[in-house]
Design a protein around this ligand. Sequence first.
Ligand code: NAP
Length: 285
Amino acid sequence: MTDEPSSSTEIRHAPLAGVIGLPIAHSRSPRLHGHWLKRYGIEGSYLAMPVRPEHLADVLRVLPRAGFVGLNVTIPHKEAVLTLADVVTDRAALIGAANTLIFRPDGKIHADNTDGYGFIANLRQNAPDWDPQAGPAAVIGAGGAARAVVASLLDSGVRELRITNRTRIRSEQIKAEFGARLVVYDWAQAGNMLEGAATVVNATSLGMTGKQALRVPLDALSSDALVTDLVYTPLMTPLLIEARQRGCRVVDGLGMLLHQAAPGFERWFGQRPEVDEETRQVLLE
Ligand code: NAP
């Protein structure tokens, strides 16, 4: 006789979730989800796992069998998981990338993108009187995060969305996919697109610690504009510092990181987590 359960015996254990990427050691997600698990007294774990692209399909097949209920996905797997998922939400398909997977009890993998949700939730929380229809939005950058920002701004009712990117073809591509409300500006004329803009977003990695600064001139920026940066290291980027000096409302990018994590946590662990000052402090420690 053996004490091991037979294959038909149901194995019950606390739910597991995590984040996969490469590299992954820098991820703050385990700290964030670990904080929420503790706060709500939930028995469960959230792990950071380095996964090579050639192992991605195997990992997604095996983890549900090992008790995982879902994953966050980061670079370089955000696009590839779409081809491996059974169900892809419309917004993930439109953005062309997923950051949240749910391993459903029926064995299907559900892929979603919550970056756009996190972006808007951050603005709503930290600039409650922000009105997406107050005037044109100006998005600097055309990478993966910019696509999520564009989708969510259009969803929120922005009537004109101006976009610029160092590699112009990427902003042209976004316009081709997202439609007539977009206007492409040349990178060399990026300052001009701030004229009359009500919402200004840096969705490039410029301004991040160790990277070059964003050099778009802010002379045309109105003091009525709301300015936000996806970069959150440092919290107050040179863009936000200068915009604040010019009288603009500014919102840092940390709240987006916190809010984009909430839907996944709720689906995996059954509790909608609150994003508040205490949660922010956990990531700033
Ligand atoms: P990505 O797909 O690699 O795109 C990078 C963007 O930055 C592109 O528009 C790229 O322009 C631009 N860029 C990079 N180096 C540049 C340079 N030297 N000069 C001009 N433009 C440059 O990255 P991503 O996923 O979109 O992320 C963009 C930033 O957002 C990162 O800093 C990331 O950490 C941050 N982010 C924050 C959150 C949050 O929750 N706050 C969420 C997602 C992302 P080209 O196309 O010309 O290369």
